[in-house]
Write a protein that binds this ligand. Structure first.
Ligand code: R5P
Length: 302
């Protein structure tokens, strides 16, 4: 179908992301339109997009609980092209499957590569926040799309921490968090340190605290994501034992599977702050303005 070039770029969203979509649309002055979704009793999904689309279309889908959402993106992206979209951008504030970036054991799927190539086949541009890139330097290596923009929640979380805590000590719960710790600490000249972690299972982690003293300090554990909560819970437990006066948690992505929040609180964590990349009651800062800025960059380059 022929697109209508007179129409402004549109941001398509699914009903469960209505609030995030509204915040991004407000910050970017984009038109908003819903993707209607029906789930059949047997689990298949039917989508319905607006029947007229402009040249440039943006789809918002944050990829926590990703498996069904990846099928939604497959259906939505192909349908948007059929309806005339010539340039498709994915805004996935949380990008799933980035942690399995190598085959840790023979025969394992390298999910990062597989999912990255799948999304690159659907979209011309991708915007995301703090993707878990550890052994891979750039998002485009994992997701080989023409235009990829990576934002970080760390600066906004750092501003929040500066407003809420006196002379905090930022601690990364594992080596992989060093990149976000460095970014947040440099913004407010916070003291910082990074732990070492060995993972023995989904809910079994061993943590070694950094050598610097934490006694009498207000500690904030900062990471890209908490999933089961066991990483930050174990670190919080050790930090409090070592004399920290308080331990709070700041994460970009509140995946918080099952009883994760309770696991953290039971370990003595005081407050838990997150960005709105994944909607959760702990959301304390919004990425909407940064996402709108990235969208403007993509639209200018398209
Ligand atoms: C991995 O290194 C990530 O940065 C997080 O530390 C990890 O995903 C947290 O997982 P969990 O909350 O299940 O311990």
């Amino acid at each position: 179908m022929k697109s209508n070039p007179l129409l402004k770029p549109v941001l398509l969203f699914f009903e469960d992301e209505h609030e995030s979509a509204t915040r991004i649309a407000r910050a970017s002055s984009m038109e908003l339109a819903t993707i209607e979704r029906h789930r059949f009793p047997d689990g298949e999904i039917k989508l319905r997009l607006p029947d007229t689309l402009p040249d440039r279309v943006v789809i918002l889908r944050t990829l926590n609980d990703p498996n069904e959402k990846l099928i939604e993106l497959l259906l939505a992206a192909h349908t948007a092209r059929d309806l005339g979209a010539r340039h498709l951008t994915l805004v996935a504030p949380y990008l799933a499957y980035m942690r399995q970036d190598i085959a840790f054991h023979p025969g394992e799927a390298i999910s990062q590569r597989v999912v990255g190539q799948f999304l690159a086949g659907l979209f011309d541009a991708v915007i995301t926040v703090d993707p878990h890139l550890h052994r891979v330097a750039t998002l485009q290596e994992a997701l080989p799309v023409a235009n990829a923009i990576v934002l970080s929640g760390a600066p906004l979380l750092a501003d929040l921490i500066a407003a809420r805590r006196q002379r905090p000590l930022l601690v990364g719960p594992d080596e992989e968090s060093a990149q976000w710790i460095a970014l947040a600490a440099s913004r407010h000249y916070f003291d910082y340190a990074v732990c070492r972690k060995v993972r023995n299972g989904d809910r079994a982690v061993e943590i070694a605290l950094p050598v610097r003293s934490v006694a009498g300090r207000q500690v904030v554990l900062l990471d890209d994501v908490a999933s089961t909560g066991h990483t930050v819970a174990r670190a919080a437990h050790l930090l409090l034992d070592a004399g920290a006066t308080s331990v709070d948690v700041a994460v970009t992505h509140a995946l918080f599977a099952g009883d994760a929040l309770q696991v953290m609180l039971d370990a003595g964590v005081g407050e838990v702050w997150s960005t709105d990349c994944i909607t959760h009651s702990s959301n304390a800062v919004s990425m909407a303005t940064s996402l709108a800025g990235a969208l403007a960059q993509i639209q200018a380059a398209a």
